[in-house]
Design a protein around this ligand. Structure first.
Ligand SMILES: [Ca+2]
Ligand SMILES: [Ca+2]
Ligand SMILES: [Ca+2]
Length: 215
């Protein structure tokens, strides 16, 4: 059990600043007697700041107030093997979870960060990184749960923005291309959805959103 506790970051022994006393408070299900929660005072200020929800000795979810302002600022999610797989954070640090970062890369090496720009827990923006470099973004711009915009970056430059203008949940039917300096090149369209895009003439240059911009 102590091994499991150490595995998800709760230290049961006091080893912080002199005089600081860390404590861990276990809670048990009244009916089954199983351990259901561990609460901890990690910074030794006398107030609990970390909560881990368990099924027996298996952590399922964690919350922490790491900066001791009384609001949760870190949410932890564990898989069936008790490994931390995702960390939630609050972009405004106001106690509302709106950003979720996977702790391990996908099979293709990309790291995934999901955001809820409306802050309603619906993931409407997905950012994919290689190392710390943003390589592509997927967005659900009309909040219907379906991706309808795909951005591709090279270095700091947005090279392609593709759209499903039908908002029907299919593949993109229109895309805007930019050169290696981020300048508008031209627009292409695939109205019949066969995956072949043809250049569209006479399109005005759409505004370029700065790389990594998060409105
Ligand atoms: Ca504390
Ligand atoms: Ca906090
Ligand atoms: Ca959509």
């Amino acid at each position: 059990m102590l091994g499991a506790i150490a595995a998800f970051g709760i230290e049961a022994s006091a080893c912080g600043e002199p005089g600081a006393r860390r404590r861990v408070v276990p809670s048990y299900d009244n009916f089954t007697g199983r351990l259901v929660q561990l609460s901890a005072d990690q910074n030794g200020d006398g107030r609990l700041d970390q909560w881990t929800y368990l099924d027996g000795n298996r952590p399922m979810r964690g919350e922490a107030d790491a900066n001791a302002d009384g609001r949760i600022d870190r949410w932890e999610y564990f898989n069936a093997e008790s490994a931390l797989v995702m960390v939630g954070t609050s972009s405004l640090d106001d106690g509302t979870e709106d950003t979720w970062t996977d702790t391990v890369p996908a099979a293709n090496g990309e790291m995934h960060v999901a955001r809820s720009r409306r802050r309603d827990r619906q993931h409407d923006r997905h950012e994919y990184f290689r190392g710390t470099v943003l390589v592509r973004v997927e967005e659900d711009t009309n909040a219907d749960g379906r991706i309808d915009r795909w951005d591709r970056y090279e270095g700091p430059v947005l090279r392609e923005a593709a759209f499903d203008t039908t908002l029907s949940g299919r593949s993109p039917d229109r895309r805007v291309l930019y050169d290696e300096r981020g300048r508008f090149e031209h627009v292409e369209a695939d109205p019949d959805g066969d995956g072949r895009f043809d250049r569209v003439g006479g399109e005005p240059a759409p505004p370029v959103r700065q790389p990594g911009a998060f409105e």
